[in-house]
Design a protein around this ligand. Sequence first.
Ligand code: IDP
Ligand code: MG
Length: 133
Amino acid sequence: MEETLSIIKPDAMERNLEDEIKKIFIKNNFEIVKEKKVKLDKKEAEQFYKVHETKPFYDDLCNYLSSGPVLVMVLKKENAIADNRKIMGSTNPQDADQGTIRKQFGISIDKNSVHGSDSKENAQKEISFFFKD
Ligand code: IDP
Ligand code: MG
């Protein structure tokens, strides 16, 4: 069994899509083992997205992630990290496959509704960033 971190981002929270998105995870055999609704401040968003600090979109990204509440979840199943990335779809919703969360709900490359860890190492880091027990 593997765990990954998922975040329902502010654009999806604003549109009250959290239950609909959670149902997609459950239907795809993920167990939601932990969840909490949080509002990050800018500093926390900067820490979370530190891997992107040299990117031109970093500041906008951190402003956006800290712009409203998000739902943070630990999802568990076999191959959770890769399988979550698969059902999320490509970063840019325009490029995402039919049936993916980003295709269905994403508005733009920045407002793409969900985050998912991209590797074992980052999953561990991201889970402990939000759930320190
Ligand atoms: P991912 O979320 O699919 O893993 P990353 O490359 O890790 O994509 O980028 C993190 C987040 O930064 C993306 O989800 C998206 O919200 C934002 N982002 C990525 N590339 C761009 C861009 O070119 N312009 C604006 N925002 C971007
Ligand atoms: Mg990423």
